[in-house]
Design a protein around this ligand. Structure first.
Ligand code: HEC
Length: 166
């Protein structure tokens, strides 16, 4: 083998090692970016998850958002104390306009955490009430009640939101 070829082999070898090290570094650090990491998946077609979600919904959400996900009456109007009533989770609300990731974090950490500022509201924080799996299940149940076209649009916008994750 000529000297030039030897050099090429060496360069190839060392760049591969460098790539491995860099890749490992990025991989390790990407797991530190919580709570902003991408990748919450919902399961609106898995019956066992939906039935757990329906129970979680009945026990934790229905009192405000309505047993049939219809929301509070006049949910667009603030009450006399300035609070917004609970919006519907069916197709008439804007729940499906938010990515799966956003809905998960909002339910877990609350609205103020998501918008990064004080915002008095009546939506509880569920971090110390529900396990992550229960939150996934309840959101999967909610999604399972939407028409299939809206479910598809929601999946698309959730994927786009993850790709553009800050
Ligand atoms: C005590 C009443 C109450 C309970 C219980 C409750 N919520 Fe809410 N929720 C609200 C209110 C009020 C808002 C609107 C807050 C605002 O924007 O000021 C809201 C907003 C939301 C939103 C944002 C919707 C959007 O379109 O922006 C989601 C998602 C949500 N709730 C999910 C849940 C889930 C899931 C549960 C059960 C695990 C739950 N909520 C339980 C009162 C409640």
């Amino acid at each position: 083998m000529g000297n030039l070829n030897k050099l090429k082999v060496q360069i190839f070898f060392f760049s591969s090692i460098l790539l491995l090290i860099l890749g490992g570094w990025f991989y390790t650090n990407s797991s530190l970016t919580e709570p902003n990491q991408p990748g919450v998946s919902l399961f609106p077609s898995k019956d066992n998850i939906i039935s757990v979600g329906k129970r979680v919904y009945g026990q934790n959400c229905a009192s405000c958002h309505g047993l049939n996900l219809q929301g509070a009456p006049n949910w667009r109007q603030r009450d006399e104390d300035g609070y917004l009533p609970a919006p519907p989770h069916d197709r008439s609300g804007h729940t499906w306009h938010h990515s799966a990731d956003y809905l998960f974090k909002m339910t877990k950490y609350g609205i103020e955490k998501m918008i990064g500022q004080k915002y008095p509201n009546n939506m509880p924080v569920f971090a110390s009430v529900l396990h992550d799996n229960d939150i996934i299940a309840v959101l999967s149940y909610i999604k399972s009640t939407w028409p299939i076209t809206i479910q598809r649009r929601h999946t698309q916008l959730s994927i786009r939101a993850n790709v553009g994750q800050k």
